[in-house]
Design a protein around this ligand. Structure first.
Ligand code: FMN
Length: 449
């Protein structure tokens, strides 16, 4: 112990300063936490995402603002209601468009509720990021519809709506800059898309030889050397369709595929149908994976979570519905379902003889009880042209029973024909309101394309 009064005073001052600092930090944290609970008007960040991209950008937006000390509240648009909008002074909307100019499923409650009539939002300043793809007729259709409603409701745009075409980095940079209007740091680094890893084409298996339909291949990709990447059922692989060395420049051109395997399989497996353009040339993405890439070739791949197609509660029964390459996302879910879970697969293709994708696995799962029910519709084997929606209609009572027992319904495959037909069949069986409730409870989820 020192008896020097000067040193004692110095130590006391340092202690006081430290205490003051602790108190200040605690106060700032408490204020931010209180604001995030909505008590003191946190900045609202709402996302509407079908395949996970908008959700990811909303997450990054939230981090950029939190890093600058701005209290934020992040929520899917479907969880936003009039009260939440009423107590927010500022809001950011990150929304994609799906279907033909439609809102993502996770926004449907908001579209039916809040957006049914103009709201009183004169107190609200907002900015809106609309994600879309110019190759669709209704480019950023839902983003524009939401923007229109916000203006009609009296909300004030702090900046013009920003459109992002197919993940274009220039549009994202613009959005990132505009976040300064809401308190984000001016000198934050540009958001870069996640880097591609150099995966390896380990195997390519033709799954439907002899089929009159397009070739379907199982593409097995081994992780980059020394890495053991993790992903969950429902996740998506983004692939640059060309030599790995070119991937960094060609970021814009990636293709997205539902992953058909789990990390425990040791590889990403994709189910890819070889597509052709009107001149008969192989499609860019599918041609690369099914034809051009050589065995052992490095493949530029990055993983993306898709919260909108994440696994249901393991205790819930699950009805999985899909057609064609849509089996990919359903297979990952079936692999992830725990022992003893209740699962029902309804799958459609053309011919039983050539298009029974993963037949061995499905039979094995049926024998072991992992699949409590397996129903397959082979449309070209039967003059009645049965599709999955017809199977659903024929088994209406069982569908009702499963749903009454808490089942979640997952749909993966083509939007045209299948997803719309399934939606109509489920509406017939369960009623529109019940299906809307299932959507709101995330018990009806879709990964369709
Ligand atoms: C089945 C499907 C339908 C789509 N329809 C549209 C559309 O009508 N208009 C549009 O601008 N973009 C459309 N897109 C593109 C998406 O909006 C775009 O890929 C967006 O980045 C997806 O964001 P998300 O992952 O958050 O849903 C569609 C994409 C898919 C897969």
């Amino acid at each position: 112990m020192t008896s020097d009064p000067l040193r004692l005073a110095g130590a006391a001052a340092a202690l006081l300063l430290w205490l003051a600092l602790c108190l200040a930090i605690a106060w700032v944290r408490r204020r931010a936490a209180r604001a995030e609970k909505g008590e003191a008007g946190a900045l609202l960040i709402a996302h509407a995402s079908q395949t996970g991209f908008a959700a990811g950008i909303a997450q990054r937006t939230a981090e950029a603002l939190r890093d600058a000390g701005v209290p934020v509240r992040l929520a899917p648009l479907g969880k936003v209601d009039a009260a939440m909008l009423g107590e927010s002074r500022q809001a950011l909307f990150v929304v994609s468009t799906t279907g033909e100019g439609d809102a993502p499923d996770e926004a449907s409650r908001f579209v039916r509720g809040a957006m049914a009539a103009p709201g009183g939002l004169a107190h609200l300043d907002y900015a809106l990021l609309a994600l879309g793809d110019r190759s669709y007729d209704h480019y950023c259709g839902f983003g524009h519809a939401l923007d229109h409603w916000l203006r009609e409701s009296g909300a004030r745009p702090a900046t013009d709506l920003i459109e992002v075409d197919n993940g274009d980095p220039a549009g994202l940079r613009q959005w990132q800059e505009r976040l300064r209007l809401f308190g984000a740091d001016a000198d934050a680094a540009d958001w870069l898309p996640p880097r591609y890893g150099a995966w390896r084409l380990a195997a390519r298996t033709h799954l439907n030889p002899g089929s009159p339909g397009g070739e379907v291949h199982l593409i097995r990709l081994d992780p980059p050397a020394g890495e053991a990447p993790l992903w969950s059922a429902g996740a998506i692989a983004e692939i640059y369709p060309g030599p790995f060395a070119h991937a960094a420049e060609g970021d814009h051109a990636h293709r997205a595929y539902s992953i058909a395997s789990l990390p425990a399989d040791g590889a990403v497996e994709l189910v890819v149908r070889l597509m052709h353009d009107p001149e008969g040339r192989p499609g860019l993405g599918s041609g690369w994976l099914c034809r051009t890439a050589l065995a052992g070739e490095p493949i530029a791949l990055r993983l993306r979570d898709n919260p909108a197609f994440a696994a249901p509660d393991p205790d819930r029964p699950m009805i999985l519905i899909g057609n064609g390459t849509g089996i990919a996302g359903l297979r990952a879910h079936l692999k992830a379902r725990p022992f003893g879970s209740e699962n029902w697969l309804i799958f459609g293709e053309r011919h039983a003889a050539t298009d029974s994708l993963f037949a061995d696995e499905l039979i094995h799962w049926t024998r072991s009880g992992h699949l409590a029910r397996l129903d397959r519709a082979f449309s070209r084997d039967d003059p009645a042209r049965p599709y999955v929606q017809h199977l659903i209609a024929h088994r209406a009572d069982a569908v009702r029973d499963w749903v009454a027992n808490g089942a979640a319904i997952y749909v993966c495959g083509s939007l045209e024909g299948m997803a719309a037909g399934v939606d109509a069949a489920l509406t017939d069986i369960l009623g529109r309101e019940a299906l809307e409730t299932l959507t709101d409870e995330t018990r009806y989820r879709r990964d369709v394309y």
